[in-house]
Design a protein around this ligand. Structure first.
Ligand code: BTN
Length: 149
C-alpha cells in the first residue's frame, strides 16, 4: 500500500506531462484559406461562442468585396481532445448571400494548426422556381496567417 503511492505519483506525473506535450488547436487568431480569403477570430468565450470578420478573396457576384462579420460556436466537450469541431456563419456585407461553414481544428503531423471546413453558400433568388440553383457547396482549408517581417 505504502509502495503504491510513489508509483501512482510517477503515473500521475507521466500523464500530466503527456497532457502538456500534446498541442491543442485554437480557433483564435488570423487565418488564410486555399482561395486566399482572410478570417480573424478575436476570442472564443467560455460557452464556445465566437465572433470575427471575414474578407473573401472571391465572390459569386459582381459586387465590390467588403469585410463581413461572422458568428460561430465551438464544441467544448472534453471528448474533443484539443481538436474541436465548430461552425460559423458569414453574413456578407456586400451581397444578399449567407455562407455557413462547419469543420474541425486539427494539429497536423508537423504540429501546424489547420482548419478543415465544408461550406454552403446560399444566394438570394427571386422566385421559388430558381431555388434549385441557389446553393453552392465546397471545402476550404485554413492555415494560420504568418505575418511577414
Ligand atoms: C457572395 O459571393 O455572395 C459572397 C461571398 C462568398 C464567398 C465564398 S464563401 C465560400 C468560399 N470560401 C471563401 O473564402 N470565399 C467563397
Amino acid at each position: 500500500m505504502v509502495q503504491a503511492t510513489p508509483l501512482l505519483l510517477v503515473l500521475f506525473l507521466a500523464l500530466g506531462a503527456h497532457g502538456l506535450a500534446v498541442k491543442k488547436c485554437s480557433l483564435t487568431g488570423r487565418w488564410v484559406n486555399d482561395l486566399g480569403s482572410n478570417m480573424t477570430i478575436a476570442s472564443v468565450n467560455a460557452k464556445g461562442l465566437f465572433a470575427g470578420s471575414y474578407h473573401t478573396a472571391v465572390t459569386a457576384t459582381s459586387n465590390e468585396i467588403k469585410q463581413s462579420p461572422l458568428q460561430g460556436s465551438m464544441q467544448k466537450s472534453p471528448n474533443q481532445k484539443g481538436q474541436p469541431t465548430f461552425g460559423f456563419t458569414v453574413n456578407w456585407s456586400f451581397s444578399d448571400s449567407v455562407t455557413v461553414f462547419t469543420g474541425q481544428c486539427f494539429v497536423d503531423e508537423q504540429g501546424k494548426e489547420v482548419l478543415k471546413t465544408m461550406w454552403l453558400l446560399r444566394s438570394h433568388v427571386d422566385s421559388i422556381k430558381n431555388d434549385w440553383k441557389a446553393t453552392r457547396v465546397g471545402t476550404n482549408v485554413f492555415t494560420r496567417l504568418q505575418l511577414q517581417e
